[in-house]
Ligand binder design. Structure first.
Ligand SMILES: [Zn+2]
Length: 166
């Protein structure tokens, strides 16, 4: 599950460091207390706790509290909520697809002009309003063939649709 690139991006945003994904992996493997996780991963206990609460805040983890009969201390047994992660992933994919399709639509239905030094890339309307002169360096804007941009957007859309259908 952690090999899924979208899941990985989502989780790394949350847990901040890539190595903290090990904490998620522990939960997936059924290792449920902060101390066991710290021991298994070598990550400091306070960081493990911080990450667990972060996951909890996002609805991706829950815990059961138990009292240790001998020490009278509370222990927390954590669980990762795979269903919630799937929901989050689907939501993220849909948002990204919507943005990509809007950009594709814009690229397919417009002509673009670009400054030879790369300062500006403008659609026809904006280029007309600056009389096809780069507002920064004064060079004449050139027609920009956006076939590659369109191909790249289409590839990206296909990639996400692929992931969603898995
Ligand atoms: Zn320029």
């Amino acid at each position: 599950m952690l090999a899924d690139p979208i899941v990985q991006t989502l989780l790394i945003e949350l847990v901040e460091e890539e190595e903290n994904l090990d904490i998620v992996q522990c939960l997936l493997d059924g290792i449920g207390t902060d101390e066991e996780i710290a021991e298994k991963t070598g990550i400091k206990l306070n960081i493990v706790r911080k990450v667990l609460y972060k996951l909890y805040d996002e609805g991706l983890a829950s815990y059961k509290r138990d009292k240790d009969k001998e020490t009278q201390w509370y222990t927390y047994d954590w669980e990762f909520k795979v269903d919630e992660l799937q929901k989050l992933k689907l939501k993220r994919c849909n948002t990204e697809l919507k943005e990509l399709n809007e950009r594709l639509d814009y690229e397919e239905n417009n002509m673009f002009f670009i400054c030879p030094s790369g300062h500006y890339r403008l659609d026809f309307e904006d280029s007309s309003s600056v009389e096809f002169i780069c507002p920064q360096c004064g060079a004449e804007l050139e027609f920009d063939d956006n076939k590659d941009v369109i191909d790249e957007l289409k590839d990206h859309i296909e990639f996400i649709e692929d992931i969603m259908s898995q």
